[in-house]
Design a protein around this ligand. Structure first.
Ligand code: SF4
Ligand code: SF4
Ligand code: FES
Length: 231
């Protein structure tokens, strides 16, 4: 164990654990979407989790920074906030938010991050990016809504971890990037375990299990923690 300080709070933390996970476990929320504690090498693709660390010139992503003795972390400085807000607005410029039609209205991570950062769910003043992709894709067991997808990779990772196969993958490039079934087709014809983990870890309601299985899987809240900020 080592001692670190986060926003004036002294914390006993596990040496080598990520700063983000340590903060979340101690009730200190830092915006994040792509982080999963089971990911040994974080993707750091959402760029939401910036913090400042005493002695380091530039803000760093807290999911890639490791805890060590004497670390002093600041999670809400003006510079860190600006970067968190800029990353969120960029993300929302490609995410078409329709809260009334969203299946995870109450639990959507984007709404909670927007509240935390005190920014709206639209991307202003950034231009809204038009993406030439389908509104809705039938994957057999699931419905996938590309415009809600923030390409965090959580579904791809959890599926690979559970099955040992690359059933889910990213397809397309640039603004056309979407989650797809490896090799095309639908999940009913793939070696899918129907475990529902991919939909459960999705922070935005982009991947929704159909019917009863959807409701059963969404009850598995252990997969979601510790993402949720305190209200
Ligand atoms: S239901 Fe389970 S096995 Fe099937 S795609 Fe999702 S995570 Fe993978
Ligand atoms: S479907 Fe959900 S979990 Fe998968 S990449 Fe998109 S937002 Fe992330
Ligand atoms: S959680 Fe750190 S970059 Fe996404």
């Amino acid at each position: 164990m080592v001692t670190i300080v986060v926003d004036t709070k002294e914390i006993q933390a596990d040496d080598g654990k990520s700063v983000l996970q340590t903060c979340l476990e101690h009730g200190i929320f830092i915006p994040n979407l792509c982080f999963m504690k089971s990911r040994e090498h974080p993707h750091a693709s959402c760029r939401l989790c910036f913090v400042e660390i005493y002695g380091i010139d530039q803000p760093v992503t807290s999911c890639t920074e490791r805890v060590r003795e004497g670390l002093v972390v600041l999670t809400a400085t003006a510079r860190a906030r600006r970067l968190q807000q800029a990353a969120f607005k960029l993300l929302m410029s490609a995410h078409h938010c329709r809260p009334k039609a969203c299946p995870v209205r109450g639990g959507c991570q984007l709404i909670r991050i927007a509240r935390h950062l005190k920014v709206g769910l639209n991307s202003q003043p950034l231009e809204r990016l038009e993406r030439a992709i389908d509104e809705e894709v039938d994957l057999g067991l699931f419905t996938y809504y590309p415009f809600r997808c923030v390409l965090c990779g959580r579904c791809v990772h959890v599926c690979r971890q559970r099955t040992g196969h690359n059933l889910l993958t990213f397809a397309g490039r640039g603004l056309k990037t979407v989650v797809a079934l490896f090799g095309g087709g639908d999940l009913a014809a793939a070696p899918c375990r129907h475990c529902g983990a991919c939909a459960t870890v999705c922070p935005t309601g982009a991947l929704v299990l159909k019917g009863e299985q959807g409701r059963a899987a969404s009850a598995d809240s252990s997969l979601r923690a510790p993402q949720i900020p305190p209200r």
